[in-house]
Design a protein around this ligand. Structure first.
Ligand SMILES: Nc1ncnc2c1ncn2[C@@H]1O[C@H](COP(=O)(O)OP(=O)(O)OP(=O)(O)O)[C@@H](O)[C@H]1O
Length: 255
């Protein structure tokens, strides 16, 4: 049994189909890059994996079960726009990431001190120990995004969901974030789903690159049909493009 199984997934908003018959299986530890045209439902797919939304039809199973509704228990998430708390110091942001999983949502007394020590270990690991007492606004974009990833990882999620996590960063910072993510992944063995608009980033970091597109296409009504996975590229070892075509795209409708 695969770690993540998506079967016949459909998602519509009102009468408008967004995702249409999405089928995919993912093994634990795989890094899945997701690319596709703007608005084709990539973020919607992540929200469904997060159980922030329920599918109109079809099924998602993670380790054999529907995704838990509680945030963060098995899934950490990082968005393009920094998801850290601006009113908390860097250290307290990491503590908050862990406290989120805690029964009361907060730590007290000795537990809090222990959580702070664990946070300092995480900060050392992500190269932010020297700014532990600062507020996020005083950090560069790359540092804030490292903090967001550190925060998502404190709960030791088995799955990390990244929605264009590096889109707002300059090219140099982006490259160092790639190294950072590759190291973390090797260390934790986590499964990663990453939406990106940058194909080379998708192929560089991913084991597989899934392309979302609309196999059925009505030129008079481009929103008439939803998107599905049209290509599932094997991107290991630099990737060999055009391997597994799952669907022919933009096939004209029969007259
Ligand atoms: N809650 C919602 N209600 C209605 N429509 C929605 C909702 N969420 C998303 N949509 C629509 O669904 C479509 C897919 O959105 P989604 O954000 O998943 O696309 P995307 O592929 O991630 O796009 P981008 O690459 O631009 O971020 C969009 O047209 C969007 O307007």
């Amino acid at each position: 049994m695969s770690f993540v199984t998506v079967e016949n997934l459909f998602q519509s908003y009102g009468p408008r189909p967004i995702l249409d018959r999405v089928n995919v299986t993912v093994e634990e530890g795989e890094f899945i890059s997701i690319v596709g045209a703007s608005g084709c439902g990539k973020s919607t797919f992540l929200r469904l994996l997060l159980a922030q939304e329920r599918p109109s039809r079809g099924e998602i199973r993670i380790d054999g079960n529907p995704p838990a509704v509680e945030p963060g228990l098995e899934r950490g998430v990082v968005f393009q726009r920094y998801s850290v708390f601006p009113h908390m110091t860097v250290r307290d942001n990491i503590v908050a990431g862990e406290a989120f999983q805690h029964r009361w949502g907060r730590f007290f007394g000795a537990e809090k001190r222990a959580a702070r020590e664990r946070a300092d270990t995480v900060l050392a690991r992500i190269g932010l120990a020297h700014v532990a007492d600062q507020y996020p606004a005083t950090l560069s974009g790359g540092m804030q995004q490292r903090l967001a990833i550190g925060q998502a990882l404190t709960a030791r999620p088995r799955i990390l969901l990244l929605d264009e996590p590096f889109g707002a960063l300059d090219p140099g910072t982006r490259l160092s974030m790639h190294d950072f993510l590759t190291e973390l992944r090797a260390e934790t063995g986590m499964t990663v789903f990453m939406v990106t608009h940058d194909l080379s980033e998708g192929f560089k970091l991913g084991d597989r690159v899934l392309v979302f597109d609309k196999p059925r296409w009505d030129p008079d009504d481009p929103e008439a049909f939803g998107a599905t996975i049209t290509y599932d590229f094997d991107a290991r070892n630099g990737g060999i493009p055009f391997q597994t075509i799952k669907e022919k795209t933009h096939v004209p409708l029969p007259a």
